[in-house]
Write a protein of this length. Sequence first.
Length: 309
Amino acid sequence: MERGSTILVDRKPLMVFLVLTFGISWPLFLLPLAFRAAAPDVQQLVTMVAWGVAMWGPGIGALVATRFTAGQSLRTLNLGRLGQKRIYLWAWLLPPVLGLLSGVSTVAFGLARVDTGLSLIRQSYEGLPGGLPLPLWVVVVVQILFSVTLAPLFNTLFALGEELGWRGFLLPRLEPLGQWKAILLSGAIWGSWHAPAVLQGLNYPSAPVLGILMMVVGCMLLGTIFSWLYLRTRSPWAPALAHGAFNAIAGISILFLTPFDTTWGGTPLSPAGWIGMALVVAWLAATRRLPVKLAIEAATPVPAEPVHA
């Protein structure tokens, strides 16, 4: 909202949200460092559990800031809303497209070549007694089918913790700045939130320090797509499904490439992968899907009445 030429943003709930989000998640991101001397399987388990719980830091921050700081009903986060059902098809299918585009751009820029022998999968089964339990093509097909069907649904339970915060709470709170500013700023904050994990090798293992900036850029691009899904539905469930599908399938091109460094190519969050995300964002802007028109927003209102304890 505006008063004269001054844009009003309620800063207190935002500050509480950010303090809780980073305060909960960053210690969990750093927890694996305390187990550096442990066996590899223990390190892997601790990282998986700690980072999985950390994904709910933004969600907890959103719940607390909404109810206790802003004094609003939790219904304003729209967890009970789905919005336009057809948008969920976009949420499900865009991540595989981004994964495919990242693989194509990686090969096109000479960062990797197509691995017709699928050596990565072969190597992963070398230690098993008897080798591959099934023909190689069956293993690949099963893995891809699982990644595009059941895995996104399972991942959505964890991704909702992030999307409830980033898109369900932060994005609408920043909207008085303008849609594009809100989208890009929320994406930049989302990217910086990953810093402790990136420093430990997440996504950019060969350039962990530079990787923080690269993660910010990647999350601004990906966050624009997720924000579009939220703005069209006014529901955190649409970006949560897309986030779950992204985590499940977006890196699938890695199975078909060799040799390469995931820091620079092979995934949508790598510089080579930014091209595909930028093309999708450009398409959303060129077709006037972004910014989302007020008519759509008016058709999907967000209840904002305060409640009193």
